[in-house]
Design a protein around this ligand. Structure first.
Ligand SMILES: Nc1ncnc2c1ncn2[C@@H]1O[C@H](COP(=O)(O)OP(=O)(O)O)[C@@H](O)[C@H]1O
Ligand SMILES: Nc1ccn([C@@H]2O[C@H](COP(=O)(O)OP(=O)(O)O)[C@@H](O)[C@H]2O)c(=O)n1
Ligand SMILES: [Mg+2]
Length: 209
């Protein structure tokens, strides 16, 4: 299995402004620990973290004309139309000085995936997939305490259904292209990060460590 560093030229894409970037998609069910591990990766490997959910929540707060629509979709656990989310991601990439991005919680369905590829021309370097049993994800979401309107049991069930029906096929698509790095996300945060590090660190560094 190639590491991120070994295959550094495969994941590049060029945005309309000609900015060349490397992108890793960070996927997994709601509550699998995507955001938590992205924070660790940022601290250790110099990536910039872009959470699609965070960008959508910021868009609601900014008083955007799409705010009510986005808010209603999130409360129902539905996936916001790609056009909206991709614009936010593109803007965030272009405004940032970094050229290495973790895109967390996107693409969440086939429409997200195909539209992003078409609009940005970016192919992900690889896909980090946090695999976690539903009952553990449910426990984590109910204990998250971030005041999120979608972290209630009714919406959580809807999000799990959307994940199974719409998001897992995207992971399967990338798996068939050999891009998925599957991580057992049911373990403690530190243990999960050890597995994440193995994806990022080149083989020679692993031997030296
Ligand atoms: N490995 C873990 N074990 C236990 N709790 C975790 C773990 N990873 C994250 N959490 C907690 O679970 C909740 C969901 O994690 P988060 O990173 O927000 O997941 P996601 O972005 O995939 O929804 C948070 O309260 C977080 O602190
Ligand atoms: N690509 C995306 C990502 C999130 N979202 C919406 O934002 C919600 C929260 O996403 P999130 O990534 O912050 O949620 P977690 O998986 O981190 O719990 C999702 O349930 C969707 O309603 C979306 O519509 N499209
Ligand atoms: Mg998250």
């Amino acid at each position: 299995m190639g590491t991120v560093v070994e295959s550094a030229n495969q994941g590049a894409g060029t945005l309309p402004t000609n900015k060349k970037v490397t992108v890793i998609f960070v996927l997994g069910g709601p509550g699998s620990g995507k955001g938590t591990q992205c924070t660790n990766i940022v601290e250790n490997f110099g990536y910039t973290h872009l959470s699609a959910g965070d960008l959508l929540r910021a868009e609601i707060k900014s008083g955007s004309e799409n705010g009510t629509m986005i808010s209603n979709m999130i409360k129902e656990g539905k996936i916001v139309p790609s056009e909206v989310t991709i614009k936010l991601l593109q803007r965030a990439i272009q405004e940032n000085g970094n050229d290495k991005f973790l895109i967390d919680g996107f693409p969440r369905n086939e429409e997200n995936r195909a539209a992003f590829e078409l609009v940005t021309g970016i192919e992900p370097e690889c896909v980090l997939f946090f695999d976690c049993p539903e009952e553990e994800m449910e426990r984590r979401l109910l204990g998250r305490n971030q005041g999120r309107e979608d972290d209630n049991i009714e919406t959580i069930r809807k999000r799990f259904k959307v994940y199974m029906e719409s998001s897992l096929p995207v992971i399967e698509y990338y798996n068939s292209k050999g891009k998925v790095r599957k991580i057992d996300a049911a373990k403690h945060v530190g243990e999960v990060f050890e597995a994440v590090k193995a994806v990022f660190a080149p083989a020679d560094e692993k031997v030296a460590a």
